[in-house]
Design a protein around this ligand. Structure first.
Ligand code: G1P
Length: 289
């Protein structure tokens, strides 16, 4: 029997360099896709996978995230008075139950591995999910739920992957597989930002993980890796000596919202997926073209 995955770590402290100056005063994961911040979609995806507690790893100047997940009496009262009930429901849809969210300051941008390590006390001794909120996934079954399904089948650690576009593997974490049969395969290795031509496969780490708590002991003493940062990929590669890792090639499309064109594509794609907006969005896009 595998222990249930109840908690998710959401590292959101990045500067959003590729979407500046928009991300100067608005944390990058609070930028809108259609009419909701990116984090709203991520939290919805997590809930659909059974997540009950959200651990945000934040940086300085990101209080807007905490405020978004709190009630807003002025806005709510104004909408109530004007009987704008559907907008009011939208405003309240992401509100957590009291105690469902924790916010931890990373204090220094030392890398993804360090960000995840900051969550150790709140996670404790149980398996947990990591979600990189830049990566917005359009799917039938939510991406993290697909990872949890895989975890319930094989246990251990799960890394969600997908094929990298031609010539882009060096920008990501890349996995090595023990043969490929279907979408869920045992991993034999992984490497963060391999030099072009040295990639062990074309499958990159997309930003959803199920990890065992033993990763924290490894991250605690880990040396810096690619880009001078404490890399989660290096920690996982180390844990692989003791525990099973499977890569899940998930079903869906990923939009990298930390990138200008990725964010634009996400806006278009998610508007086209909305029954209330699809027709008007299609018309607007056709006119622009
Ligand atoms: C991080 C991870 C990398 C992963 C990528 C997905 O890299 O370290 O393994 O493939 O996210 O976006 P970063 O984008 O922080 O350089």
């Amino acid at each position: 029997m595998t222990k249930r995955v109840r908690k998710a770590v959401l590292p959101v402290a990045g500067l959003g360099t590729r979407v500046l100056p928009g991300a100067k005063t608005t944390p990058k994961n609070m930028l809108n896709v259609v009419d909701r911040p990116i984090l709203s979609y991520i939290v919805e995806e997590a809930r659909a996978a059974g997540i009950e507690h959200f651990v945000f790893i934040v940086g300085r100047g990101q209080n807007a995230i905490e405020d978004y997940f709190d009630s807003s009496p002025e806005i709510e009262q104004a909408l109530e008075a004007k009987k704008k009930t559907s907008i009011l429901e939208e405003v309240r849809r992401d509100l957590p139950q009291p105690g469902e969210m924790s916010f931890i300051r990373q204090m220094a941008p030392l890398g993804l591995g360090h960000a995840v390590w900051c969550a150790r006390d709140v996670i404790g001794d149980e398996p947990f999910a990591v979600m990189l909120p830049d990566m917005l996934m359009a799917t039938e079954r939510p991406a993290l739920a697909q990872a949890v399904d895989a975890y319930e089948k094989v246990g251990g650690n799960i890394v969600v992957v997908e094929p990298a576009p031609e010539g882009e593997a060096h920008k990501y974490g890349i996995v090595a597989l023990d043969g490929q049969d279907g979408r869920l395969n045992r991993m034999t290795g992984m490497v963060e930002k391999p030099a072009p031509g040295t990639e062990p496969s074309n499958l990159f780490i997309s930003g959803r993980y199920i990890l065992q708590p033993e990763i924290f002991n490894i991250l605690e003493t880990q040396e810096r890796g690619a880009g001078g940062e404490i890399q989660l990929t290096d920690g996982m590669a180390n844990l692989m000596a003791k525990q099973d890792f499977h890569a899940l090639e998930y079903e869906g499309v990923t939009y990298d919202c930390g990138d200008k064109i990725g964010l634009l594509r996400a806006n278009v794609a998610f508007a086209l997926r909305r029954p209330d907006l699809a027709d008007a969005a299609r018309q607007a896009i056709q006119e622009l073209l």
